[in-house]
Design a binder for this molecule. Structure first.
Ligand code: SF4
Length: 220
């Protein structure tokens, strides 16, 4: 049975009430402090396949050196790579960051675009990063789906999908608009703290009475 809008709203509101106990993601903290789409974009690129603590420290070190596309492009890729190490794929990310800065300066007047399709044309920017820049960087509606959002939305029966991209399009149909912007950070924090990939903590979960635990083989 698909979830009704009121069931989805109850689930999300219940998670929002419990959220104060969980750490926000490093990208969410950067967005909250800076309100700067450029920092959100760069920290999101650094965060790919990288632990949250590493992302926070690497981003802070890099933004102390350069926090605008012009300043970033003035740094050699090797300096950016050394600065964001030990982020995963740090050398490739350093080159990508420089290429993106070149595009921002050459094609967008040095600004990070708000438009999803324009963001997707930037090198190395996929749907997850583009949606995060739209929501956290610009405060505009978008739905950012990563593995946590994909897994948990399926466990809760909010969507029934096989890939993160399918989940994004299904959520665009079912998730009430007021939850689009906070949904990613909420579910990522929830996934890191409670609804973990293997053996989720269902016994202490704030939405356990609302959850059919679809696809959950083992839990605590
Ligand atoms: S009850 Fe378990 S599977 Fe369902 S949302 Fe909570 S932690 Fe995740």
């Amino acid at each position: 049975m698909p979830r009704t809008t009121s069931e989805i709203s109850r689930i999300v509101r219940s998670l929002q009430r419990t959220r104060v106990r969980w750490h926000p993601t490093s990208v969410a903290q950067i967005a909250e402090r800076s309100r700067d789409p450029f920092r959100v974009l760069v920290s999101c690129l650094i965060s790919l396949r990288t632990k949250d603590e590493v992302t926070a420290e690497a981003s802070a070190r890099l933004f102390r050196l350069a926090a605008t596309p012009q300043a970033m492009l003035a740094l050699p890729a090797s300096r950016i790579a050394r600065t964001i190490y030990p982020a995963g794929f740090y050398r490739t990310k350093a080159r990508t960051i420089r290429e993106i800065c070149r595009s921002l300066l050459g094609e967008h007047g040095g600004r990070v675009p708000e438009d999803l399709d324009a963001l997707l044309r930037l090198k190395g920017v996929g749907r997850k990063t583009a949606n995060l820049v739209v929501t956290m960087g610009h405060g505009k509606p978008g739905i950012c789906v990563d593995t946590h959002v994909h897994r948990i939305s399926n466990r809760l029966g909010i969507v029934k999908t096989r890939t993160p991209e399918q989940t994004e399009f299904a959520l665009r149909q079912t998730l009430p608009g007021r939850f689009w912007i906070p949904y990613n950070d909420l579910l990522v924090s929830f996934g890191q703290n409670v609804c973990k990939p293997i053996s989720p903590l269902c016994g202490t979960c704030p939405v356990q009475t609302l959850c059919p635990r679809l696809g959950v083989a083992r839990h605590r």
